[in-house]
Design a binder for this molecule. Structure first.
Ligand code: SF4
Length: 372
């Protein structure tokens, strides 16, 4: 038995080193093997095959329209129920103020909008938000609404997912963020987010978006009640869809922040450590061999760990953000925004080349005279 295990690990290591496609068994063997520096070396080679010496960042602004949510997911620290005095909704005047500020941000290339599932706000409100952003910032990419939000629009309007996406696309939507995937296992989803889009709905929304030419990201939230096998199955589902559509631009890992969540309290969860973060990043880079870009989301990881992640297969530090509310509600102690100068500095320290990008990974000509 021990001999069989050794052979499985040896085979998996040889495939990882050669850049060959890994099976589920290979991924599990590499996870068990727990050789972090080996995984880092292979993941760095995979990163360099995909994006050379470049490490990307973007100047973006996050907008979280509301925290009032009908879904009440046990994993969530952001949502409140209607009537709660902590609840807020951004009306069009509030959004106009943020957009006015954004207009004066040098190099701003993307507005990123994700929100809770408000019980009363009609679909037209969200369509109008997209139009409002498009009008105020015609050159910025509008990245908005996770598949969970899109499925909710479909349910509240009675329109098929394709029609919902077509309406949003016509209003000016460019791409979808990759959130809400959590772990694509209905066993897990029943516990951590029972009212949210199912595995099949999440995948179907992404497939439809890709068919319509809407590029998207994808993600995984790990470190709660899922098994390692469920993490690997999740990666394989994403890889399978990517083989079919080629519509995912980037993958992002979210370690679960248990503070202020029902799930964290009920299961006495603690946030996983940096070893696990780096191991999952490197392993994901190796398994998801058909996704070009891997983000190290500094808001989740902290800036020093996000910088370290560039040695474990990540090639993107995401953006300046402006103001982030969702992850900070779960206890993230990072800043809510950062300058491009800082992002460039920490990339340079790794020996890689900072490249400012738009949503679609097109390089934006860098003007060193521009001060952040
Ligand atoms: S995770 Fe999203 S859908 Fe679930 S309660 Fe929080 S905001 Fe609502």
């Amino acid at each position: 038995m021990a001999e069989q295990k050794t052979t499985a690990v040896q085979q998996a290591r040889a495939k990882a080193q050669a850049g060959e496609r890994l099976t589920k068994e290979d991924a599990l063997a590499l996870y068990e093997d727990n050789d972090l520096l080996f995984l880092a070396k292979c993941a760095r080679a995979a990163k360099e095959r995909a994006s050379g010496r470049n490490v990307y960042y973007t100047v973006n602004r996050h907008i979280n329209l509301t925290n009032i949510c009908s879904s009440n997911c046990p994993l969530c620290a952001f949502q409140v129920e209607q009537g709660d005095k902590r609840g807020y909704v951004m009306e069009h005047d509030d959004i106009a103020k943020v957009l006015e500020q954004a207009k004066h941000t040098c190099h701003l290339s993307e507005i990123h909008i994700v929100s809770a599932l408000h019980p009363d706000k009609p679909f037209n409100y969200y369509v109008d938000v997209v139009k409002q952003v498009r009008e105020a910032l015609p050159k910025a990419d509008v990245k908005a609404f996770t598949p969970v939000e899109v499925v909710n629009f479909s349910k509240t309007t009675g329109k098929p997912i394709r029609e919902v996406l077509e309406i949003l696309q016509k209003a000016g939507l460019d791409s979808l963020p990759g959130g809400g995937a959590e772990i694509l296992s209905d066993r897990v989803r029943q516990i951590i987010c029972p009212k949210k889009a199912t595995t099949a709905e999440w995948l179907e929304t992404m497939r439809t978006a890709h068919e319509l030419g809407i590029r998207t990201n994808c993600s995984m939230m790990y470190g709660h009640i899922e098994t390692i096998e469920e993490r690997v199955d999740h990666l394989l589902l994403l890889r399978e869809l990517q083989d079919e559509t080629h519509g995912f631009q980037a993958f992002m890992l979210f370690p679960f922040h248990p503070a202020h969540t029902k799930l964290g309290d009920e299961y006495h969860l603690q946030r996983v450590g940096s070893w696990e973060d780096m191991k999952m990043l490197a392993l994901s880079r190796l398994v998801l061999d058909n996704v070009a870009h891997f983000k190290a989301f500094w808001v989740m990881l902290t800036l020093p760990i996000a910088q370290l992640a560039l040695g474990f297969g990540a090639d993107d530090l995401d953006g300046t953000i402006g103001e982030e509310k969702i992850i900070h509600a779960a206890g993230a102690r990072t800043n809510t925004g950062i300058t491009r100068t800082t992002l460039k500095k920490i990339i340079r320290e790794t020996g890689y080349t900072p490249v400012e990008r738009d949503t679609f990974y097109q390089a934006i000509v860098d003007d060193e005279e521009v001060q952040a």
